[in-house]
Structures are given as C-alpha cells and as structure tokens.
Design a protein around this ligand. Structure first.
Ligand code: EPZ
Length: 417
C-alpha cells in the first residue's frame, strides 16, 4: 500500500486539527536519554520517523510507552551499544543522538547522517562544535566516533545557523557544568521547544529563539515534561491544499506566530487569512497571483520545508514567480514530477521559474522525499483528472494519516497497493 490515487477537481470543506511537530519531537526524544529518568512528552505525533526514533531509544535500553498523544520515556537503564546502520540512517534524528549519548555516556557513534535526500546533509558544523567542546572525534568513511570524557564549557560560532547542530550542541552541553554559548544559532520554534524540555530537566538556557543561546549544564538532571508545539509545516500543507482547490478551510491547533513568514507570502498571492489564537481560517481567491520572487531562508524567513508545497500552488497561479531554494542544494525533485502534470517550470542553480497555467492534469508521479510527496498531493487535488503518486511511505514520515485527513475534508483520495 505505497501509492495514492487522487481524483482532482473536488472542493474541500470543513476544518482540520494539526498534530505535533515532527521536527520538535525528534530532538526532544533524543534528549530524553540524558536525565537517566522519566520524560513525559505530550502532543507527540505518531509518525514513522517518531516510531523509528522510539526504536532507537528501546535498542539503547530505554523503556518507552505511548498513551494516546503522550509518550513516556524512562532512560534509567540506558546502555550504550551501536545501533544497526539501517535503523540509524532512516531519520536525520539519529545524528541527534550523538550529542545526547556523548553527554550521558561520554561516547557516541554516528553510523550515517540520515534524512531525506534533498542534499548532501553533511554534519561538519556539528563535529566542529563538538571538537570545540572538548570531544575527540574519529571519522572513518562516513562513520563517526565521539569521545567526550573531557567536555568543557566554551563559545561555539556556527558558520551557518544549522537547526540540527544548534539542537545537538544544546543537548551535548546540558550535562556540562559552566556556560556554553552558541553564536549564530538557529532561531526555529523547534529550538525553543527543545529548550523548554531541557529547562524542565533543570538545565538553565537563555536566548533560545535568538541568534545567541547560552546553556548552563546541570550535574543532576531531573525527570522532565514538555508539550510538543504544533507542526507549522503540516499547517502550511493544509493551507496549500486549500489554495490548490480554492476551498476555504479552518485549521486548528496552530501557532500563527510560527507561520508568519508563510502567511505573509500567501497574502501577497491574494489569499485572505484570518488568525485567531490557536487556529486560522483561509479564504483563497479563484485565481492567485504569483509573487515575483520568494527565497527560502532560516526562521523567521520562508521555510524551506514549505518550498515544494508553495511551488505546487504557484503552478496554477497567475503570472511568473521565481522561487529560490537557499538552504538545500537538491530540493526541486517535485518540479520534475509537476512537469508531468503540464506545469511550466524551469529549474537552474537553485532557482525555479514557474509560469502559472490555467489547470494541471492528473499524472503518474513519484515522491522523491517527504515534502515532495506532500506537494504532489496538493497539486493532484487541484488538477483535472486522476493522479497516482508512488513511494508515499515518505509522506508517512511527516504526516499522521494524510490520506484519511484529506478524505475527511472531502478529497477523493485512496491508498492503493
Ligand atoms: C532540520 O534539518 C529539519 N529536520 C529539516 O526538515 C529542515 O528542512 C531543516 O532543519 C532546515 O529548517 C529535522 O529537524 C529532523 P540544517 P537539519 O542543519 O537539521 C547544511 C523536513 O522536511 N549543513 O539546518 O538537517 C545542510 O546541508 C526536514 O521535515 C551543513 O553544511 O537542517 C543544509 O544545506 C527536511 N553542515 C543546511 O545546512 C552541517 O553540519 C541546513 O541544514 C549541518 C547542516
């Protein structure tokens, strides 16, 4: 059951609840190994990436239980052992365990960098910071050993505000007495969610959400508890489905502040968005107008994870729109597939030039990665005719039952062989 069949051209109707953020829950789950005790994680989404990370926790000797949307981890009996490479490379979060295990066990092993194939996904920024923090790093053909018996508080300067590296450093510094400062830190909301989790453990953290984060580690971490923030990328996905099908929708369980960059862009396309405290209503016009230029950027800029999604909407919006992917070097896989639907797209050197056409037509397509798959669903919902999308297991990594959620809104979609 790894394909979607979508019959396009149907209006959607109603409201949808957004689940917890994958990219917040993953580093929080990894960090749950450092307190040698209990961590209660509320609003934790049930996704294949999360299930894989829970499998890593269990392989490390932790006990993990789920009660509805709450996951409880007990890391008292953690025992360091190398994790099978096929499991480690399934998600980017396996890199996240390095900081956590180095912090708790003074040793960590990274088998592979993992994550979607949207670029080379190096971890040099992580390792450079780890060395600054006193770790001895041994690299051998893509495998990394970190020895952390002499961790020290320090100031690390990131050459790029890497989300994963910022999270890894925060976690690695959490058991190191003294002040560790991260300059040019990532500002994403998921970083602040991780900081809230670490603070509940007794770690003192200041500056999360800004470019300078300071961490004062603790020698006696406590049981911890946190609520995962809503997934801003899933919210943007449903907003794109609304735009592609010209259907007003209500989207619940959102933090509208986390969507500010995205909302600002779609308002320029002629979409009306009414924001309430934890929800929003979206009213797309019959035909949107392409914004001349959009560039993805670190938060609070336009999110790279929404780039494929908005590209699908731009294909049937009026005029020429240029979108620049400035974060990952290989994140236009969806454009190749959208051409099969009759889109007018040219990609070159990290830019996609999209000329809006009246309508797309259904086609047989392939999901290259998580957000590509979701973007093809958005395009298929608004197209004339029937589309087939393969490799939808990618979509399962970041969306809780997308097929049923869209069906509940009136989409003609089913999951087939
Ligand atoms: C996180 O990936 C997210 N994944 C990504 O979401 C998201 O696109 C990305 O942040 C940017 O917002 C998770 O949180 C699990 P980065 P991460 O380190 O941490 C380069 C999704 O669809 N870089 O900020 O890997 C890197 O190659 C996924 O949910 C280095 O060069 O992102 C990329 O070009 C996809 N060296 C850029 O920085 C390093 O050591 C951004 O990477 C680290 C990163």
């Amino acid at each position: 059951m790894n394909r979607y069949k979508i019959e396009g051209g149907n209006r959607l109707k109603g409201s949808i609840d957004v689940h917890g953020a994958k990219n917040a829950a993953l580093p929080i789950l990894a960090a749950s190994v450092i307190n040698s005790g209990k961590s209660v994680i509320h609003n934790c989404p049930d996704l294949s990436d999360i299930q894989n990370t829970i499998k890593i926790l269990e392989l490390l000797g932790c006990s993990v239980t789920r009660e509805a949307n709450t996951v409880i981890v007990d890391s008292s009996n953690l025992c360091l052992r190398s994790i099978p490479k096929d499991i480690m490379v399934k998600t980017r979060s396996s890199t996240m365990f390095a900081g956590a295990l180095a912090s708790r066990c003074k040793k960590a092993y990274i088998a592979g960098h993992g994550g979607c194939c949207i670029g080379s996904r190096p971890i040099d920024i992580h390792l450079e910071a780890f060395r600054e923090m006193g770790m001895d790093i041994k690299e051998d053909s893509g495998e990394v050993m970190c020895f952390a018996s002499k961790m020290k508080p320090c100031t690390v300067n990131l050459r790029f505000p890497s989300v994963g590296a910022t999270e890894n450093i925060m976690i690695a510094a959490s058991l190191t007495e003294g002040k560790t400062t991260i300059i040019n830190a990532a500002r994403e909301p998921e970083i602040q969610n991780l900081a809230d989790f670490l603070r509940s453990m007794g770690v003192k953290i200041k500056g999360d959400g800004t470019g300078v984060i300071s961490v004062w580690g603790t020698s006696c971490p406590k049981d911890a508890e946190v609520t995962v923030i809503p997934d801003r990328i899933v919210a943007s996905t449903y907003m794109c489905a609304s735009m592609a099908t010209k259907s007003p929708l209500v989207i619940n369980n959102v933090n509208v502040r986390h969507l500010s960059g995205f909302i600002a862009t779609i308002r320029k396309m002629g979409v009306s968005v009414i924001c309430l405290k934890n929800s929003l209503s979206i009213f797309p016009p019959d035909r949107m107008i392409n914004v001349p230029y959009i560039s993805t950027a670190p938060y609070p800029g336009f999110p790279t994870d929404s780039q494929a999604l908005i590209s699908s909407v731009m294909c049937t919006s009026q005029g020429l729109g240029i979108i620049r992917e400035s974060i990952f070097e290989n994140r236009f896989g969806h454009c190749h597939e959208l051409l099969k639907m009759g889109a007018d797209i040219e990609t070159k050197n990290g830019f996609a030039c999209i000329r809006g056409v009246k309508k797309l037509s259904g086609a047989i397509m392939n999901s290259h990665d998580l957000r590509c798959g979701a973007a093809l669903c958005v395009a298929a919902l608004g197209a004339d005719g029937i589309s087939y999308i393969s490799n939808v297991n990618y979509i399962d990594r970041g969306y809780e039952n997308l097929c049923q959620s869209l069906k509940n809104l009136g989409a003609k979609i089913e999951r087939i062989e």
